[in-house]
Design a binder for this molecule. Sequence first.
Ligand SMILES: Cc1cc2nc3c(=O)[nH]c(=O)nc-3n(C[C@H](O)[C@H](O)[C@H](O)COP(=O)(O)O)c2cc1C
Length: 216
Amino acid sequence: MGDKTLLVFSLVPGRHYEAIASFYYNNDAWATPLGFRVTESEKVIIKVYSNTRTYSALTRGVDVVLNIARDPSLYLYTSFKNIYREWRRVIQFEKGVKVDAPRIVNAEAYIELKPTCIQYEVDHVKITYNIVGIYPGKPRLEPHSRCIGHIIDTIIYLTKIRDVRDVKLREKYRLMLALSLELVRKTCDPNLFNIVNEIENIYRRLTGDMEVPGPR
Ligand SMILES: Cc1cc2nc3c(=O)[nH]c(=O)nc-3n(C[C@H](O)[C@H](O)[C@H](O)COP(=O)(O)O)c2cc1C
């Protein structure tokens, strides 16, 4: 795209961002939270761990939409699709504009991507994409709060507790989850208590541990 593409979102080359990637997987719309970085030359790089459905789809070279969203429930439902089996009723899709990929209707903004290069590493792939469309939505200014960031962090740690086999690493993520949950409890408003309860329930379900970590 053009010279100033990155400025549309104030994207800083090299900085790590989080989004929800959507794409077609076996002809169905699929969505999963993924981190991404942009380069000085306005490419997007995504790193995907193996043994996931996302890995199978993206290594086939499909187009992708990065859905920019703050609503933590979108991250929770798309991370735990096997638990929220009805996730497609909550998360609705529409067609992307310049790509053969779906986008999430209730996301706030979109970046459309076409793959250009796939680099295989031991337990993951790095895929480079060209930005072919950018849809910034309505800009919204809000004071910095740690609330949403920490909720999304707790969801990341839950996916690690689910996916990582190494016992020491799992313990590290359990401690990180405890710290983030403590901050979530301190900084979030009552509208988000439901989602915090869901996160605590998933923790219990994944670990069999009834005691959710962190002070209350
Ligand atoms: C905010 C967030 C960011 C994530 N970033 C990545 C990532 O960059 N790469 C990755 O492989 N998994 C990442 N994950 C974990 C994947 O979302 C998780 O493996 C996914 O739910 C697997 O889904 P699938 O079965 O649809 O492939 C992230 C999870 C969250 C909550």
